[in-house]
Design a protein around this ligand. Sequence first.
Ligand SMILES: NC(=O)c1ccc[n+]([C@@H]2O[C@H](COP(=O)([O-])OP(=O)(O)OC[C@H]3O[C@@H](n4cnc5c(N)ncnc54)[C@H](OP(=O)(O)O)[C@@H]3O)[C@@H](O)[C@H]2O)c1
Length: 237
Amino acid sequence: MSTQHQKVAVITGASQGIGAGLVEAYRKLGYAVVATSRTIAPADDADILTVQGDIADPATAERVIAAGVERFGRVDTLVNNAGVFVAKPFTDYTQDDYATATGVNVTGFFRITQLAVEHMLAQGGGHIVNITTSLVDNADANVPSVLASLTKGGLQSATKSLAIEYATRGIRTNAVAPGTIKTPMHPEETHAALAGLHPVGRMGEQSDIVDAVIYLENAPFVTGEILHVDGGMSAGH
Ligand SMILES: NC(=O)c1ccc[n+]([C@@H]2O[C@H](COP(=O)([O-])OP(=O)(O)OC[C@H]3O[C@@H](n4cnc5c(N)ncnc54)[C@H](OP(=O)(O)O)[C@@H]3O)[C@@H](O)[C@H]2O)c1
C-alpha cells in the first residue's frame, strides 16, 4: 500500500519497450507509478495504476493525472516517453503521418506536462524527463527523419525552457536522446543494419535508456540537460 509520502512517477508509453522498463525501474526505486498508453493492461501490483488512452488527446492527460492524484495523492516525476517514429523521405510524408507525429510527440507532451507542473509547484518540486532522439542533433543520411526532428527537436528545446522557467521552484527538466534501441519499435530483421548506425557498432539496450533516466532522477544539480545515450552518434561518424 502507498503512504502519503511515497513518491509518484507518471510514465507515458508504458505498455512496452522503454516505457515498460521505466515502470519496473521506478517501482524498484520505491515509487508508486501511474502507467499509461492506449492498450496498457491492469497491473497486479497495487502501487501501479494503469490508465488507458491516446496521449494525443488532451482529455487523456486530464484523466491520467486526475486518476493518479486520486489514488496516490501527488506527482513527483513525469516521463514523457510515448513517441512514434515515421522514417520516410520528406516529400513522402502524408498529412496522417504529420498528424500522428505531432499528435503523440508534441500534443502528447503538452497538457500532461502542464498538469504535472501544477502539482509539482503545489508540492514544492518535481522532475520531468522527455525522451527525444539523437537524430535531432545528428541528422543521418541513412535515416530520413524530418518529422522526428521537428517534433522531438521541439521537445528538446522545451526541456531547456522548462528547466529555466522553474529552476528556482524545485522542478528540474531533462531529456534523454537515444540512439537506436532494441525495443518492439524495430523488427529483429532490421537490427544488423541499425547496429551499423552507431560508432560502437551495435544498437542500445532498453536498460541503457532506463539507467540514464534513473541517473537523472538522482542528480539534483542536473537540469536542462540533453543526455545522449547513443553509442557515440552525437560525437561523430
Ligand atoms: N527504440 C528506439 O530506437 C528509439 C530511438 C530514439 C527515441 N526513441 C523514443 O523512445 C520512446 C520509447 O520508444 P520505444 O522504442 O520503447 O517505443 P515502442 O516500443 O514503439 O513503444 C511505444 C509506446 O508508446 C505508446 N504509444 C504509442 N502511440 C501512443 C498514443 N497515441 N497514445 C498513447 N500511447 C502511445 C505505446 O503503447 P500503446 O500502443 O499501448 O499505445 C508504447 O507503450 C519514444 O518516445 C521513442 O520515440 C526510441
